[in-house]
Write a new protein. Structure first.
Length: 427
């Protein structure tokens, strides 16, 4: 029996450490749009935001029209990484609430999507709870809630919200969240299955691109670079402005030894979307390939972003501080973030920052918290191995080997160091 046949036959149960996410194929899979973290009830037109703004112009007193502008703007911001779209979304959603202050479900969901996009996960959770109380049988609020609970580290609550979303609308948007829930608990094969099914059910271009890109991310994490490359190209064919898919192509090029291509792709990407994640990859690729001068620009940009940063900690910016800046400042920022959300991504970055700041015993507690979740990334596994070796623990070598076996080129900057640490230990 193939994986696809297994997925489609009988009752599919995806078991998570925190609970069960059940996907019933007996219920119709209805393609819907993905608006950032939100599912909406009908496929959007090719340019959803343009159509929504035109509808709002024609029906300027219609709160639903303004909510649609807000939701469409969040979706476009997620794909293009244009933060100005989030400001547009906020204005449109505020106009919707002005026109209908009470029982405005779509606006509340929209504000939840906006809060998730801005990494204000506590506020997103509040909006999601308010909307689910307002209309318990409508699906889109559970998407907001599932995303917020996951980011906050409330894993049983995230699974429950995902399950409710699947029960109400077992479509592509729900399957994407099931995949994320499964990956968080280390159920990687089931996560791939859920994403494959989501891609089959996907309707709009943005939804297809997102599913293909996430499949690429999972393949890359496991060292399947050619497969990852194919998924990223599929995502870009659907949405040429998908910056995360472009980033994925750069990483696969670097992993396969096409470092000049990777550098070119990263330079093009950071020119239009200078996000910490992209800048850090660009800088570390240059450092790893001996082009220190080419690393100076992105490192300077990261330093400037670190000085200007306000609000929730950016995890990639904190990693830059830990490895190339002020590790103590990274610890401070991540400790504050950990107080806001006890999620495994925050714990993983805090563990590494603590190690870089010289506190390996505290670092190990956070690294083991991540490992015990089951959803440890290959980079987090490498970090844990380094921390264990620093403490003289014999399992450190095994942890490093496991990371390299999983993805031998998980980082242009760190993978060679992992190999050197193993070689030095054998002398």
């Amino acid at each position: 029996m193939t994986r696809r046949q297994w997925l489609g036959g009988g009752l599919l149960v995806l078991a998570c450490a925190a609970g069960l996410v059940a996907l019933s194929p007996e219920r119709a899979v209805r393609p819907i749009g993905v608006v950032g973290p939100v599912a909406v009830p009908a496929p959007p037109p090719p340019d959803r935001l343009t159509a929504a703004r035109e509808a709002a112009r024609l029906r300027s007193e219609d709160p639903a029209a303004w909510s649609e502008v807000g939701l469409a703007a969040v979706e476009q911001a997620r794909t293009s990484l244009d933060a100005t779209r989030l400001d547009l979304a906020e204005r449109a959603l505020a106009r919707s609430l002005e026109l209908r202050p009470e029982a405005n479900y779509d606006a509340v969901v929209g504000f939840g999507a906006l809060a998730n996009a801005r990494h204000e996960f506590g506020a997103a959770r509040d909006h999601g709870l308010r909307a689910t109380a307002m209309a318990p049988e409508r699906a889109s609020a559970y998407a907001v809630l599932a995303d917020a609970e996951l980011e906050l580290g409330h894993y049983p609550e995230a699974t429950a919200a995902t399950q409710r979303l699947l029960d109400l609308a077992p479509n592509a948007a729900a399957l994407v969240r099931a995949a994320q829930d499964l990956q968080t608990h280390g159920r990687r094969e089931e996560a791939v299955l859920a994403l494959e099914r989501a891609l089959e059910a996907a309707g709009p271009a943005g939804e297809r691109a997102f599913c293909a890109r996430r499949l690429g991310d999972l393949a890359w994490e496991e060292g399947r670079f050619a497969e990852a490359d194919g998924h990223y190209r599929q995502a870009l064919a659907a949405r040429p402005d998908d910056a995360q898919a472009a980033f994925g192509l750069a990483r696969t090029a670097a992993a396969e030894g096409r470092t000049e291509e990777a550098a070119r792709r990263l330079a093009e990407l950071t020119a239009r979307a200078p996000l910490p994640q992209f800048l850090l990859e660009q800088a570390e690729l240059a450092l790893a390939t001996g082009h220190r001068a080419e690393a100076e620009g992105p490192l300077a940009a990261l330093a400037a972003e670190a000085r200007l940063a306000v609000g929730p900690a950016d995890l990639h910016l904190a990693r830059y501080l830990a490895d190339h800046g002020d590790a103590d400042e990274a610890v401070r920022q991540l400790t504050e973030e950990w107080e806001r959300r006890t999620s495994t991504p925050v714990a993983a970055e805090l563990a590494w920052a603590l190690h870089r700041a010289g506190d390996d015993r505290s670092a190990l507690r956070h690294a083991r918290f991540v490992a015990e979740s089951g959803g440890e990334s290959v980079l987090a596994g490498y970090h844990r191995g380094v921390i264990e070796l620093a403490l003289g623990l014999p399992e450190g070598r095994q942890t490093l080997r496991a990371a390299l076996d999983r993805n031998p080129r998980f980082s242009a900057y760190h993978a060679d160091r992992a190999r050197r640490l193993l070689t030095e230990g054998e002398r």
